[in-house]
Design a protein around this ligand. Structure first.
Ligand code: ZN
Length: 272
């Protein structure tokens, strides 16, 4: 068995994990992870897997997606402050092997945080559907993106209306959010229920707004998943900045169709 510090070096120097650390830091600096808000996870493939031993087990009460069985997931710990993840990766992250009824802790949670994120169910269920929808999708981020949350307080929680309001704000919104943004009504977080409903939405989309809470987004990389939240938040910020002003121009259905045709995008059916 390798010494733990070797395992730590192997894991924390992987480019995919380095990207995750930078992303946690970036989310904090955007002001989207106050206190211990926000969490992120990645399906990980280790080219040369160390001889792990199971340090602890966490029972899973959800129906674990079959395509995750045996997979490795690295996820932030419950209570972890995203601002500290880059500095203290071994205390902040949990490397889990997913079994049908439990998650095995193989590395991490070396400090005072002793459980994976309370949104583990949402991450696992969502990884299952995203991986099925697009085999390149391996990262999920949940952040308290300020403008997206504020917009969920003033716009009806209707997915088409919400998405169209975002698309009309700026050119890039439809370019990158062509599949639309799902919206869930407010509900308590950290439950199997929010996990199930989030995964249901992510079956054919990459981002979900949790009303009065935050955004949950998927991508092939952490950059891509966070990038999606950035686009949503920018469009939401533009909307909020001008909603009270006499707006003289916004992107029309025709202009949205023109952009989509130009880029060869399949925008969400029935929206424009
Ligand atoms: Zn949250």
């Amino acid at each position: 068995m390798r010494a733990d510090n070797d395992v730590t070096r192997i894991i924390t120097t992987m480019p995919e994990v380095q990207e995750l650390l930078r992303t946690a830091d970036a989310i904090y600096h955007k002001g989207w992870a106050e206190r211990n808000g926000g969490n992120l996870s990645r399906l990980l493939i280790l080219p040369n897997e160390p001889d792990f031993y199971v340090q602890r087990e966490f029972p899973l009460t959800i129906d674990v997606p079959e395509n995750l069985l045996g997979q490795l997931v690295i996820i932030t710990g419950s209570g972890v402050y995203l601002k500290n993840v880059m500095r203290e990766p071994e205390a902040s992250l949990a490397l889990l092997r997913i079994r049908p009824d439990r998650a095995e802790l193989l590395w991490g949670l070396s400090g005072t945080f002793d459980r994976p994120s309370s949104e583990l169910a949402a991450h696992l269920l969502s990884h299952g559907v995203r991986l099925a929808a697009d085999p390149s999708h391996r990262v999920l981020v949940h952040t308290h993106a300020t403008n997206a949350v504020a917009m969920s307080a003033v716009v009806p929680l209707d997915e088409r209306e919400f998405t169209l309001k975002l698309w009309r704000q700026c050119t890039e919104a439809v370019m990158f959010l062509y599949d639309g943004v799902a919206v869930l009504p407010w509900m308590p977080c950290g439950t199997a229920e929010i996990g199930l409903r989030t995964a249901d939405k992510l079956a054919d989309r990459r981002a979900v707004i949790w009303a009065r809470h935050g955004v949950f987004a998927s991508g092939a990389s952490a950059d891509e998943a966070l990038g999606l939240v950035e686009i949503i938040d920018k469009a939401a910020e533009l909307y909020l900045k001008i909603a009270h002003l006499p707006v003289t121009f916004e992107l029309s259905d025709e202009q949205l169709r023109e952009m989509s045709a130009l880029l060869g995008l399949t925008v969400r059916e029935g929206y424009v």
